[in-house]
Design a binder for this molecule. Structure first.
Ligand code: FAD
Length: 354
């Protein structure tokens, strides 16, 4: 069997994996990246905060394919206007960009390959992962009859459930949320991103990608369980409570096409194992609809990069950064929810979230 020896193996090529891979490869390490292929269809929108853009810039990513005016990947930009966010102030809109999420990820992957990362398209399952992270020989991946061994194994699989078997660490769930998503046709108000808290959760209307946009309602399973009417009736009643969202809908949505998405608030317990490390959302996932995601993912990649270069024994600086980031993000969520719970003092949903 052919055997490949790498300094670093990274599973997942979202912002965290792609940025980490680029930095390591630029520093002269051999890096193999395994990631499943990106979906072809239009993905959701991603808001790049000004700080995300300047961080990428500082790390040498020059927004190759997604700069304003260069191609159609930028859906819209904004400069300093007030955000259309009622109570849930999640985004800073100054000089930000709304980009197509999969195009953004692709642009970062291209940059990683340019830096020397060897990319393999594959979904890494338990079956393909040969030895546990604790084994002396280190973790190995078996792909097409060839064995890949890494001195380091990085889990950059985002919110996927791969983490538990790659890093052997457990996820803790703070509370189980569910997002009810409804694809709708874009209207003339296609540029708006709206978030609005109501009594039993919050509405999220993504800006349009192509002709599609998603109308999403985030609530929790307990609220759904206590319903004593049809889910579609309840949802349309919830919608009527959000004037902000109702105002811009041209037609009544088709409630029969609602699908549920698991939107758990999760964090990793003991994310660090020696040489087998989670990065980005795999280590940090907290809030399913937070606009802070890529910034933290990229920051964690930059910090892990320095830790890998500077340490042969442990990852203390990375570990303490992760713990700090968890604490801050969790506090931010709590503060946000507290605001909404003051607005809806009788709401069980908001009480459960503080
Ligand atoms: C719908 C949606 C909208 C969002 N909007 C915003 C936003 O507006 N602004 C913002 O800052 N953040 C946003 N986020 C969050 C942000 O996208 C994430 O925080 C960020 O992408 C995390 O980066 P990551 O590299 O850690 O993980 P991801 O971007 O999730 O990348 C993980 C990668 O690993 C791959 N993968 C997973 N499992 C496997 C496996 N077993 N084998 C191989 N490959 C695997 C996936 O295909 C993916 O390419 C949004 C997230 C979602 C889901």
């Amino acid at each position: 069997m052919r055997r490949h020896l790498w300094d670093v193996i990274i599973v997942g090529a979202g912002p965290a994996g792609a940025v980490l891979g680029s930095l390591l490869a630029r520093a002269g390490l051999s890096v193999a990246q395994f990631s499943r292929s990106a979906p072809d269809r239009d993905g959701p929108i991603e808001l790049l905060l000004p700080s995300t853009r300047s961080l990428l810039d500082g790390l040498g990513f020059r927004e190759p394919g997604f700069g304003i005016g260069q191609c159609d990947r930028v859906v819209f930009s904004w400069t300093g206007e007030e955000a259309d966010v009622n109570e849930l102030t999640m985004i800073d809109r100054q000089h930000g960009l709304a980009v197509n999420r999969s195009s953004f990820h692709q642009a970062l992957q291209i940059e990683a390959e340019r830096s020397g990362v060897q990319n393999f398209t594959a979904t890494i399952s338990k079956r393909k992962l040969l030895s546990p992270s604790t084994s002396r020989s280190g973790p190995e991946i078996l792909l097409d009859g060839e064995k890949h061994s890494g001195n380091w194994m990085i889990d950059a699989t985002g919110r996927g459930h791969s983490t538990s078997y790659i890093t052997r660490s457990k996820r803790i769930t703070f509370s189980q949320n569910i997002a009810l998503a409804l694809p709708i046709q874009a209207t003339s108000h296609a540029e708006a991103l709206l978030i609005d808290a109501v009594e039993d959760g919050w509405w999220y209307l993504s800006p349009a990608t192509g002709k599609r946009r998603d109308l999403v309602f985030v609530t929790d399973k307990q609220t759904l369980r206590s319903l004593n009417c049809k889910r579609s009736d309840w949802l349309s009643a919830q919608l009527r409570k959000s004037e902000t969202i109702c105002d811009i809908l041209d037609t009544d949505p088709d409630w029969n096409s609602v699908y549920g998405v698991d939107a758990r608030f999760a964090a990793l317990e003991n994310p660090i194992n020696l040489r087998t490390v989670a990065v980005g959302d795999a280590a940090l996932a907290l809030d399913p609809l937070s606009g802070q995601g890529s910034l933290l993912a990229i920051k964690s990649a930059a910090i892990l990069f320095h830790s890998i270069l500077n340490t042969e024994k442990g990852l203390k600086s990375y570990e303490s950064w992760i713990q700090q980031a968890h604490k801050q993000e969790f506090q931010l969520c709590l503060d946000t929810y507290r605001k909404a719970s003051h607005r809806f003092p009788n709401s069980g949903f908001w009480k459960r979230h503080i």
